[in-house]
Ligand binder design. Structure first.
Ligand SMILES: [Zn+2]
Length: 199
């Protein structure tokens, strides 16, 4: 039986707006590779137990689902598969591989400037709310700063984004990338700020 902590319940409740079901569907296809094809049932049961039921078997990638359900899914995922922060981040990387490779056949066509320019519209394809600002994109200094504003999320989602962004920027710069969330809404910040650096 999965139970939400008081903290998690508060965090999840603070979210508004929708996301597309692709976010969860991509997770499931990554998780199925490691944990087998029976996981959908368990996820659905877990979501139900914490009061965020979702018909995992019938959702379509383009369906709109509440962001709060997606954040509840992060808690269920962590509990079911016993994930630590690095585990959550690694799933983020794997999901970025799927979404990037769907969109671009080769990273050779994508520049850092292009990523910076399209970041907010890419976000909007997934989430109704939240704004992405690129405050620094410097290939010389090998540094990219991404801010996510007007979006609550959940600490596990913040970790997930670290991995996701790390992988996307890896595809673009072709070097090992490190992403750390320097400022966060859950650590007294006024938004989420990610710093990416590479070799
Ligand atoms: Zn954060």
């Amino acid at each position: 039986m999965i139970e939400l902590s008081k903290e998690d319940r508060e965090y999840i409740k603070r979210n508004s707006g929708t996301t597309i079901a692709r976010t969860i569907i991509d997770h499931i296809s990554v998780l199925e590779k490691d944990y087998g094809h029976e996981i959908k049932k368990d996820i659905m049961k877990g979501m139900d137990e914490i009061g965020y039921n979702l018909d995992i078997f019938n959702i379509k990638p383009g369906d709109n689902i509440p962001v709060s359900h997606y954040m509840a899914f992060f808690v269920v995922k962590k509990e079911l598969f016993n994930l630590d922060e690095e585990g959550v981040k690694d799933i983020g990387r794997k999901i970025a591989r799927i979404s990037f490779l769907l969109k671009f056949t080769s990273r050779l066509f994508v520049s850092l400037e292009m990523v910076a320019k399209n970041a907010n519209s890419a976000w909007r394809k997934y989430y109704e709310k939240g704004d992405i600002r690129i405050t620094e994109a410097d290939s010389e200094k090998r540094r990219l700063v991404i801010e996510l504003d007007n979006f609550v999320g959940h600490p596990l989602h913040c970790k997930h984004l670290e991995g996701y962004l790390e992988q996307i920027v890896f595809f673009v710069v072709g070097k090992k990338v490190l992403c750390t969330e320097e400022e966060c809404l859950f650590r007294d910040g006024s938004f989420h700020r990610y710093i990416l650096t590479w070799d």
